[in-house]
Design a protein around this ligand. Structure first.
Ligand SMILES: Nc1ncnc2c1ncn2[C@@H]1O[C@H](COP(=O)(O)OP(=O)(O)O)[C@@H](O)[C@H]1O
Ligand SMILES: [Mg+2]
Length: 255
């Protein structure tokens, strides 16, 4: 379980987070929504340690990250897979290299180990056949050498998800996984997210402003507004909310 407690963050005079409180229960999928620029990415960057709070705390599995030493922090970060906004693959690296780069840099140099991990995560995102056999081997040989520019937007996103699955994370954080994708591809990525949550029992945090995604994947939806959590509840509760801020958001983003 991750608990975010009274998180504050400003950049210069600009207050972005002004006391965010949020609990993400283990084994569930939480969607975080809110207007563009409201601080969604800033919030999750605190969870993965890319930003430090001005005030407040994050409790991971009962332990404050402020009290963790370097090693504990490293162990916690290792439990999190992060799917960046826009996939963030390295254009000059092929699929194999993009997926195992982190493992390699952390000391795994054995080609066999790297290959089997890459195949495992590519199977998990349905880019390779499930069964071990000649077909898998053939498709792997073709796929591994492809560059991001050889892939469609949806496939690049899948590779980004596969990379986040390396090392068996307990948490996966997706930053706007369907932004920029067409509706059909968006739905496929939503299905993948829902599928992974069930299949490998991860806890997922999905940042989105796609209300359709919320319906597809969320157990809980939390809405950020003016630096705080405006609403937390089920998608059904969200849809029936009479809160004017929620209503305005629903009106603006439904389509
Ligand atoms: N490193 C940074 N330095 C200064 N301002 C930042 C930084 N990161 C984000 N911001 C500002 O914080 C606000 C929230 O950004 P962000 O969390 O990226 O929004 P979104 O909800 O669209 O993900 C924006 O106004 C953005 O310009
Ligand atoms: Mg963002």
């Amino acid at each position: 379980m991750i608990e975010i407690i009274d998180l504050h963050k400003s950049f210069g005079p600009k207050k972005v987070l002004d006391g965010v409180n949020l609990v993400i229960p283990t084994g569930t999928t939480m969607c975080i929504i809110g207007k563009s620029g409201c601080g969604k990415s800033v919030l999750i960057k605190h969870i993965v340690g890319l930003l430090e709070p001005d005030k407040g705390d994050i409790i991971a599995d009962g332990k404050s990250i402020l009290n963790m030493d370097k090693k504990e922090l490293f162990e916690f970060r290792r439990k999190i897979g992060f799917v960046f906004q826009g996939s963030a693959l390295f254009d000059s690296y092929n699929v194999f290299e993009n997926i195992v780069l982190g493992l390699y840099e952390h000391g795994t140099k054995d080609m066999k180990v790297l290959e089997s991990e890459a195949i495992r995560v590519l199977q998990a995102v349905a880019m390779l056949p499930e069964e071990n056999g000649a077909e898998l081997k053939r498709e792997w040989e073709i796929l591994k050498n492809k560059k991001p520019s050889d892939l469609s937007g949806g496939m690049r996103k899948r590779v980004g998800v596969a990379r986040a699955l390396v090392g068996h994370p307990e948490y996966i954080i997706y930053d706007e996984p369907t932004t920029g994708l067409d509706p059909v591809t968006s739905q496929q990525i939503d299905e993948l997210i829902a599928d992974l949550t069930k299949k490998i029992k991860v806890t997922s945090i999905v940042i989105t402003h796609d209300l359709f995604s919320v319906w597809q994947v969320a157990d809980t939806v939390s809405m950020l507004n003016e630096g705080r959590v405006q609403f937390t509840g089920t998608p059904e509760d969200f849809n029936q909310s009479k809160d004017p801020v929620v209503l305005e958001f629903l009106e603006r983003y439904k389509n």
